[in-house]
Structures are given as structure tokens and as C-alpha cells.
Design a protein around this ligand. Sequence first.
Ligand code: BMA
Length: 493
Amino acid sequence: MKTKTDNDMNKDLKIVGMPMPDMPWEERPEGCRKVMWRYSGNPVIPRDLLPNSNSIFNSAVVPFEDGYAGVFRVDDTNIRMTLHVGFSKDGINWDINPETLKFDCDIPEIGEWVYGYDPRVCKIEDKYYVTWCNGYHGPTIGVAWTKDFKTFHQLENAFLPYNRNGVTFPRKIGGRYAMLSRPSDTGHTPFGDIFYSESPDLEFWGRHRFVMGPSDFEDSAWQCCKIGAGPTPIETSEGWLMFYHGVHRTCQGYNYSFGAALLDLEQPWKVIARTGPYLLHPETLYECTGDVPNVCFPCAALHDPETGRVAVYYGAADTVVGVAFGYIDEIIDFVKKTGCDSLAISIGTSHGAYKFTPEQCTVDPETGLLVPPMLAFDVLEGVERELPGFPIVLHGSSSVPQEEVATINKYGGALKAAIGIPEPWLRKAAESAVCKINIDSDSRLAMTAAIREVFATKPAEFDPRKYLGPARDNMKKQYMHKIVNVLGSNGKA
Ligand code: BMA
């Protein structure tokens, strides 16, 4: 990938946020082809910045006054999980208060500090909201606000235990405050989906919606065990850009990488696209070694709408804080191009030669042929409406050519009466958003028919070339017919 100039910016993309021309930034290194790259001075926060810190990681920073403020996860040398406030002029060099953050809270049960970790900070209207994993009979989501990073007012916990990774959106959506979270368990949870919840007042949370879960192991293993939202989502004209961590359970333990997803602007539980390959994965010494090896855990992002630059702050190996850079338009492009990008829908097709029995069919008065129940084209049209332009796959689309069935049965076969999908219906599907139609049984029938015919009519034949040749020719005839006459896909490869 080349270095970006102003002219390279995607001018159609609108990014919401306050201008930050002086935010921490370093251009993509020469020869680097990655979508995101690390700051050369990483880690920006060492583990022993404070006199009694064992580690400082998984922390949140925001623009504040003429610099930056942050809430930091500090595990002390008792390995107690605490939160601390810090300030910085440049986002790289930080002054972190050695005293732990104390929340003001009018609710005695809630205000009693047990432990807190993995904070996020999000500016909503005129306040900065801190959400963190708060100990209350197990981990749940604590919520507090501040205007000055000196006094913090703690509200009710957002959810029942057990929950982690509570991340608020920077504005109301559909008239309500909004939060992503990840229900979990008491320990090192081996599962985890991202959910969306709404609140009229940042106290009562409900209308919970499933957003997304881990990927299949075969598709994207770095995110196949559990996932959780990272920094405050960034609003763009393409949707909310949400960085999220994904976990891969290996024989050595959990590995944490991160990727990104695009969520619908007004219904953020609808996922527009998500990364297949990760954006950042533990590779450097400070990510691969530390108190918990192989962890990149993003909790904050600074971005400049004008240039499209983003700096993601992430905890590395549960020990230090690192920064990674990227361009929002390139990240969005990557998310859209590499993610899960097709949908196999079920509208009445099924695998194999035995899709419908004659009893399930009606007789066409003109041709006398058996016609199976109509495919649910209304469902296909509904999916096309909801997901415009989204590629759709149709499985189980063999037509079970009756002449091949007849040949097989004529020469000793015993295929039961079976009806497939009429070819004109496949043509109709091919003209919609369906871009892949899976047909297998028809070629298997063609092959078997040709072989049976040779065996029955030339019983003295023993040369495989003499029956596999006709089998291949008959399959080829079938493929040509499907490509040209049925699917209309000839010349479109
Ligand atoms: C998670 C949280 C994170 C931590 C990660 C890796 O469950 O505890 O704070 O970074 O595990 O240890």
C-alpha cells in the first residue's frame, strides 16, 4: 500500500467527530502493506509508570481541553485491578495520577468499590461517560460521568452480572442512549456475543438486541471463541465503525486480536459487514510476552474526520499500552471486502436427487410434467430488499433431469421417483441477487446414466476409458446446458 496523500482520501465518506489535526500520528512505514500499523515508539505506556503499578493496559483516552485525558487500567503490585486518571498534551506521553480513581456515588450498594477494569470513555452531549467492568457479585458494567476528570459521578450498574466490555455510543440513537456489551460468566469466559441495549436515561437499560457472535472456526479462527466491542464506535456515512476484539482458544491459552465491523447507523444491531482477517494480531515482543501473552485488546480510538486518520489504543499482553494507526476509509474498505460477504438462503431447495415426491407435485396440464411446490421467491425478494446488493447463494438446486433418471433405471438402476427444481425457476433466481447456484446431483446423474448404459449395452467392455469417457462427455453436456440455457452465466467468468 502506498503512502496516502490528500487526493487519495475517499471524498464521499463522511466521518463524524471533532477536528484533531494534531492527534498522535505516524505515516504508514515504507514497504508496509498492512491496513493498520504500529506506532514506532510502542509501547506508549510502560508497565512501571507508577511507583506501585505492575501493569498499565486496556485503557481509554479521549480529547480533553487542549490535550487528552484518560482512564487507565492499573493492576498494582498486589495484582488488584484499579482505575486511574491521566492527562497528556500529545496523546503519547502521559501523566497518570498515582492515586486510584474514586467515584462519588449516592447508592451505597453500588458505590462500594470491589474492583474495576477495562474502562471505556465516551463523550455524550456535555459529559464524559466512563463504562468499565465493575465488580458487583461478579463482573458487570459500571457507569459514571465526569465533566472535568476530577469528580466522577457513579450511576447504577447497567446490567446484572455477569457482563463485560460495555461500550456506549457517542449520541442517542432512535431517541435513546445506546450501549454494546458482552454477557459472560464469572471466570475466563469461553464464549461471548456482542449485544446492543438502549436506555432513556443511562440508568435503565433494555430492548436488548443480538449484534454478532464469534465466527466459525473454519472461516476466521482469530474470532471463533468470543468477541467484544472495543473503543467507542465511530460514526461514518457508511455506518458505525466498531473495532472489536476476537479470541482464539489455542493449546497455550486465549489469543486476542482485533478487527472491525460496520453497524447500521439507526439500527446498530444490524451488521453491514465485519472483517474476515484481523487488523492487528499479537506479533511484537510487547504483545507476545507479558503477564498474559498474545493479547491486543483495543479500548479507545482517536480520530480526525478531516484526514480520516485513526489511532487505536490497545492493551498489549495485559502489561502495557500500544497505539496502532490506520485510515478510516481504508479500514472500512477492508471490512467490506474481506468480511462474511454472502448469504445462503433456504427458499425450498434441498440437497440431493430426492427433493420432492410425485405426491407433493401437481401435473402441468400443458406438458404433463410434474411440478413441485413453488420456491419462496417472496422470501428471496424480502432478503434483496433488506440487504440491497448483498450476494446470495442458492444451495440444493439440481433439477433431476428425468431423461437421465430414465436411462439409469432402464439399464438396471432403481432410482425412486424424484423431482427437482424446474430450470425456469433457477433462471428466475439467477436474474435476482442470487449470484451462485449449487448444482451437483444433475452431473452425478449424467455420469451414472452414461456408465450404466455402457455396462448394459457393452458387457464385454472392461477399459475404464470406454465408460469414463462417455461419462465425462455426458457431464460436460449437462454443464454446457446449465451454463448457457439455464443460468445464463456463459461468458461472465
Ligand atoms: C479478558 C479481560 C481483559 C484481558 C483479557 C486477556 O477476559 O480480563 O482484561 O485483557 O482477558 O487476559
